[in-house]
Each structure stands twice: as C-alpha cells, then as structure tokens.
Design a protein around this ligand. Sequence first.
Ligand SMILES: Cc1cc2nc3c(=O)[nH]c(=O)nc-3n(C[C@H](O)[C@H](O)[C@H](O)COP(=O)(O)O)c2cc1C
Length: 375
Amino acid sequence: MCAFSQLVIELARFNPSCRVCFDEVALNPAYAYEITEGWVAVDHLARVLFAAQGCTSRAWSRCLRATPSAGATYPLQAYAIVRDVEGLEPGFYLYKSTAPLTHYLERVSNDVWEGDGAFAVVFAEVPERTTSVYGERGYMYVREEVGHAVQNSILEASALGLAAKVDEAPPSFEKLVEVIVEVGRRGARSLVREVPEGGLPKPPKPKLLLEEAIVARRSVREYSEEPVKLAELSGLLAWTLGGSLRSYPPLRGSYRVSCYVVARNVEGLEPGVYEYLPLANALELISSGDYARKLAFACLGQEWVASAALNLVLCAKGSYELAEVEAGMVGQGFYLAATSLGLGTVAVGAFYDDEVASVLGVDERPLYVYPIGKP
Ligand SMILES: Cc1cc2nc3c(=O)[nH]c(=O)nc-3n(C[C@H](O)[C@H](O)[C@H](O)COP(=O)(O)O)c2cc1C
C-alpha cells in the first residue's frame, strides 16, 4: 500500500463567517494564551493557512493573495506541519490556493514533529522571485512578507479562539524560513494586552468582520481629498501598536519597530511629523508643516504618498533582519485596520532610506511607508 493514504486534500471554500472584528482580535491576540494539548478541526487549519497565503482575487493572470507582495512576485510557499488535526494524518503538507477562496493541501511527507501546537505554519522562501526584480532590496521585501503572512496567521488564530506562538524554526528545517507559527488549543491566558487611555481618542467600531477584511484587503493607491479623522488614525495606531504588548508578539522577546506619522489632511491634527508613543498611546510633534510632497519625492515620486491624508512610516535602529519581519507584522495590521474602517492603504517599500529619514528628522532606518486615505 502507498505510504500516503491521501495525497491531495480539498479544503472547504473560505467563507468569512467568524463574527469578530480586527479590533477585538488585535486587543486579545492568540499569542497571549498558552498552547495546550488537544485536537483542532481541519477548518481551523484551513482558515489560518488561507489568512497566510490564500488567493483572494485574480489580476494579471495570477492570484492576488490575502497578504501583499512586492510587485506581486510572491516569494513565499506556505506549508502546514500537522500533529493533532481531526481527519488529517500527521505530517508535512504543501498549501495551495490557485483560485479565489478555494484551496487544498498536498501531503509531502509523513515526518513527525514534536512541537507544542496541534499544527504549525511554516514558509519556504524563493527570494529570487523578488530579488530578480528588485535586486538586493528584495531580501528585505521577502522578510517583510514573512511578517505579513505570520501576523495574518496569528490574527486568524485569534479570531478562531485558538492560541498561537511564533518561534524560530529548528535548524533541521533548513529549506524553510526561520519563523514558525505554532497553533493549538487555548490554555491559560498568560499575558494581557492593554492600550492606555487618555492619549489618542477612542477609535470607531470597524465596519467589517476580520475575515471580511482579510478577503477585501487590496492595495489602494487613489484617495479622495476627504480628511481622515483623528479617531480613525487612533484605531490604526492603537489597535496595532499601542501598549507595552502589541497586536503581534515580540520577536526574540523585544520590539524593534517605531512608527512616525506624516500628517497632511487629518481632522483634529495639525499637519506635521509626529512620533507615535505606544506606551502612552499618544503622538509627539517633531516638526510642523506639510511634508507629504517631500516624502513622496523620497519614495521615488510615488503619487499616492503625496495625495494620502497621512503616511505612517515604520523605522528601526540599526539593520536587524527581525525588524524587517516585525515591520511586515505591523504593516499587516495597518492594512486590516484601514480596510475595516473603510480606508485604503498600500505598503510602500521603494524609497531612498536616507531621504525618508531626513524628512522625518530621525536617526533610524526607514523600513516601510503606508499612505492612508479615503479610497
Ligand atoms: C515589501 C513590499 C513592498 C511594496 N512596495 C510597493 C511600492 O513601493 N509601491 C507600491 O505601489 N506598492 C508596493 N507594494 C504593494 C504591492 O505592489 C502589492 O501588494 C501587490 O501588487 C499585490 O496587490 P495587493 O496588495 O492588492 O494584494 C509593496 C508590497 C510589499 C509586500
């Protein structure tokens, strides 16, 4: 008899039905819970994998996925490592999604895995897909994309009431990227995420469910002249980054990414460059004035940077690869918060680092720019 009883496993079509919104999962993330032993449903595995790399739409004869990709080059391949998933034999599975909302698994090995979770999501990288277009900078893009996919997996696990943790993959996974997301049943809550009050105003309630936002998320590059409200900006920042614990877990125990706001057309906020202070959930003015055009110039003239109501700029001190993964985790939060609030954004990775830093007036390395506006 064949070693694998079933090679291809069709997964149920992704149906955004889980009734929680981005704010709820961001404030009560799966990584705050310990993982306990126990089986999970195959639908849980399917939903987490879909959030990581599922096809949500088609354009240019290819799939656009749940997480963004520089130039739609898609350098990541998701795998599931199954341990305790009802109806699936333990082993390694390749995840495939080649038409909107549909997906399947291909069993690639029956190796066993001694992790904590019922399953784990890992990614193999094909960086050449991105570096052949973007050269050396492509390596940063790939790490940022790992961050997007990891964070979407964690957010979806949070929506499903599961626990998740991000770890470094064991060295034996040599072909796979260094990050592994383990997912399992929730045990005790060991961490509490709280966003301090008294700083930015209370954000509005999202208009979409998290899963609807995951499916609807697209890069938006055209914005109206309608201002973004300070409470909406508050949602983007507080849900994603506010407090001593953020919507995503600290990698190797610490956070490295800082966030600056370049405000142009925000109701209730004077134009200028601000630093976001996560521990106070507040903005501190660095310099007054409209810097959007200068920032767009530093971003190779990308017009959407100039026409956005504001830009969020992620930076880190020094050049640390984990900061690039973290920037992707933050960026996924910005995309989903914006989509949930009826705003639009696009990840911008193409810019002159020194020029962006000089617009901000900071001694840090810029990692990402996110224009935000009403589509
Ligand atoms: C690391 C990274 C860098 C990107 N840089 C840019 C950029 O400089 N300008 C831009 O317009 N879009 C940029 N994008 C957005 C991609 O073009 C977009 O994600 C891709 O076309 C897929 O479309 P979607 O986001 O709507 O799914 C970037 C995306 C990623 C992940």
